[in-house]
Every structure is written in C-alpha cells, then in structure tokens.
Design a protein around this ligand. Structure first.
Ligand code: GLA
Length: 381
C-alpha cells in the first residue's frame, strides 16, 4: 500500500503551454448545438486542414446538460445521446473534446451546473474523456449576493473558492483537463486566475459578430500582457471569423490582433459551411505561428496616432510581430520606424498576410492600410 504523502496535486506543465486552439459551439450554434453538429465540426476540422494548422479542441458550450440521476450524476440531455461515444469519436480524429459548466446551480442558459456536485461532475467528465472545461460564473453570482450581501470582499473570496474547488476536483481525476475561467474579467481575474488553476480566463464580457464589439474588446486589452504566459492566458473571447457580420478586412484585424494578444484561437463559425476566404483567415500559418510563439509573451500597444495603432509582440530569437491597425473608416497610411521598436535599418521584414518579404527605407516602412484593416509584419534581426 502506498501511504498518502500529503503532496499537493499540481497541474500538468504541458497543458496550454501555448494558447489553446480549437473551436467552440456557442458563437454560431448557441442553444441549438447537438451531437451531430459536434461530429460535423470535428470532421470539418480535419478535412479543412484546420487540425493540421494547430486547431485541437472541439468545445461544446452551454445547453448540453440534462438531469441528475438519483445518485446526483449529471447526464447529457437528448441532444447528446452518448457523451462517451462522442468523445471517442472526436479523439479518433486526433482532436480533443471540451465541455461547459459553472459553479452555480444553473448555467447562463438555465441548464443544470455544478453547484454542490463539483467532484462528481469532474469525475463524470474524466470518465467521458473530456479534455477541456469552460467554467462560467453565471448563477453563482446570486449565491454570492445572497450569502454575503453588501460584502464585495466576501463575495470575491467565495468566487475564488468556487473556482479553486473545481480546480481541485479536476486535478483529483488525474486527467489533464484545460481549465477555462469564464467570469467576464471581474475583479481583475488576470491577477489571480493562475492561483485557482486557470489555464485561461475571459478578460471581458461576451463578444459578438460586429466590428464595434470585436474592436472594442481587442484594442481594449491594453496592459494585460504581464499576466499571460505558458499555461495561463488572457482570453478576450472566441473568434467570430466567418459568422458574416464583419468584412474580410475586419476579420483579418480580429485574427491578427488575437495572435498578437497571445489569445486562445477558438473558432466560432460553422466549420462545415466555410468559405475559402474564412478558411484562409483561420489557417494562415505565419499568423498562427505568432499566436503560438513558444516564448508565450503577450503583445501590447506600442503607439497610437489618430485612429491608427501599432501593436507589437516579442517572439523567439529576438524577432517581433507588429500589427499596423487602422481603426478609421477611411484608408490611412501607417509608418513603422524600426528604431522605435528596437531594430536597426538592417532588420528583415515580412508581410504575414501577403506571405512576402518587404523592405524598409532608411529604417522606415510606410504602408496604406484599408479601413478597419491591418498590415501584419514579422521583423527579424
Ligand atoms: C456566457 C458566456 C458565453 C457563453 C454563454 C452560454 O454568456 O460568457 O461565452 O458560454 O454564457 O450560455
């Protein structure tokens, strides 16, 4: 018999070593998602080449939950007849399966969540073969308000304890499960998300498929870079690329900005009905390489002039990614001065969307950027 040594369980260091990549059902399917949609997403992830471009997790969001049985064990509802078989199917494609719950009694869409059943639910997920859990605060906020009225500090402690409880329950399963905190960036979650086992945490309220919302969120991520790193990432929410509400330039800005932010890349469109333009935006290998850079340093804004902004991200081998963003409704010329970002006139420049080397003149690179568009560069020594 092996004696219990009391050693604290700790997280698998290879989990989310780079920002998680995959797909999530919510942005397109919302409450309609079912088993067939998840299988179709997994199929499309492989046939489209997205898996080979690095997309790995197929994540079921809210509305899969059914009832608890007499022993308290959660079952999926009729839309998901056999969760274990679904996980086996997704795994057979070389992909991983994610699921959704929360610390409250109900999810945001009003389905049963994990309150009082955390250990049991973690065991159930592990038995099904789940690899990723998005844990959404939702109705736990009512519990906080009821149990600690007018005491924000106590409420905050309750919230952290609720996340830590599920963290421990996941660790106790022995299965590596990515833990995604979803509490909309409350209480500066980036400062404590790691301490409750978060591999990623939402930094904002929900995204939607509009330029206004996407750009507000993306360009609003100023100052958060110091909190991200291998195993723990800021999450400005899932991608809307391909959902139809933005122009191709706007979606290119979305992808470029998320890559510079070292954000999780969770596609949110219908993968089985994807245009070639959408696929090209999602699978640009040079842009994905920025997102997945092994140094794991998140980028930040380097400068702003009028409605234009330059964001940069340090990459391995002393290279740098730079996004020259135009938030204006008319085209704008944007100039990048290599000296301003720590490079000499001899730096090498590459346009990551054109897949072409470009050159600076006397250390300065000027380019016309379309409205709501971007030119994304990699600068090497
Ligand atoms: C919240 C989350 C969303 C989604 C929905 C599901 O709004 O922030 O990402 O998971 O709940 O109900």
């Amino acid at each position: 018999m092996v004696a219990f040594t009391g050693t604290a369980l700790s997280q698998d260091p290879t989990l989310a070593a780079t920002p998680p990549m995959g797909w999530n059902s919510w942005n397109h399917f919302a409450g309609r998602v079912d088993d067939a949609d998840i299988r179709a997403a997994a199929d499309a992830m492989v046939s489209s080449g997205m898996r080979d471009a690095g997309y790995l997790y197929v994540n079921i969001d809210d509305t899969w939950e059914g009832q608890r049985d007499a022993n308290g064990v959660i079952h999926a509802n009729e839309k998901f007849p056999d969760m274990k078989a679904l996980a086996d199917y997704v795994h057979s494609k070389g992909l991983k399966l994610g699921i959704y719950s929360g610390p409250g009694p109900k999810t945001c869409a009003g389905y049963p969540a994990s309150y009082g059943h955390e250990t049991q639910d973690a065991q159930t997920y592990a038995a099904w073969g789940i690899d990723y859990l998005k844990y959404d605060l939702c109705s736990f906020r009512q519990i906080m308000r009821t149990q600690a009225p007018h005491d924000p500090q106590k409420q905050f402690e309750m919230e952290k304890a609720a996340y830590e409880k599920m963290h421990q329950a996941l660790l106790a399963t022995g299965r590596p499960i990515v833990f995604s905190l979803c509490q909309y960036g409350l209480n500066d979650v980036w400062k404590w998300g790691t301490s409750v086992g978060g591999n990623l945490w939402r930094t904002t309220d929900d995204i939607n498929d509009t330029w206004e919302r996407m750009s507000d969120i993306g360009f609003g991520q100023l100052g958060l870079a110091q909190y991200a790193g291998p195993g723990h990432w800021n999450d400005p929410d899932m991608l809307e690329i391909g959902n139809g509400g933005m122009t191709e330039d706007e979606y290119r800005t979305h992808m470029s900005l998320w890559a510079i932010l070292a954000a999780p890349l969770l596609a949110g469109n219908d993968l089985s009905k994807m245009s070639p333009e959408t696929l090209a935006l999602l699978t640009n290998k040079e842009v994905i390489a920025v997102d997945q850079d092994p140094l794991g340093k998140q980028g930040d804004r380097a400068s702003a002039l009028g409605m234009t902004e330059i964001w940069t991200r340090p990459l391995r081998n002393g290279a740098l990614a730079a996004g020259l963003f135009n938030r204006d409704d008319t085209e704008q010329a944007i100039t990048l001065n290599l000296h301003d970002i720590g490079f000499t006139d001899h730096a090498k420049l590459r346009d990551l969307w054109k897949h072409q080397d470009v050159s600076a003149t006397h250390g300065s690179f000027t380019v016309t950027v379309p409205p709501h568009g971007v030119v994304m560069l990699k600068i090497s020594r």
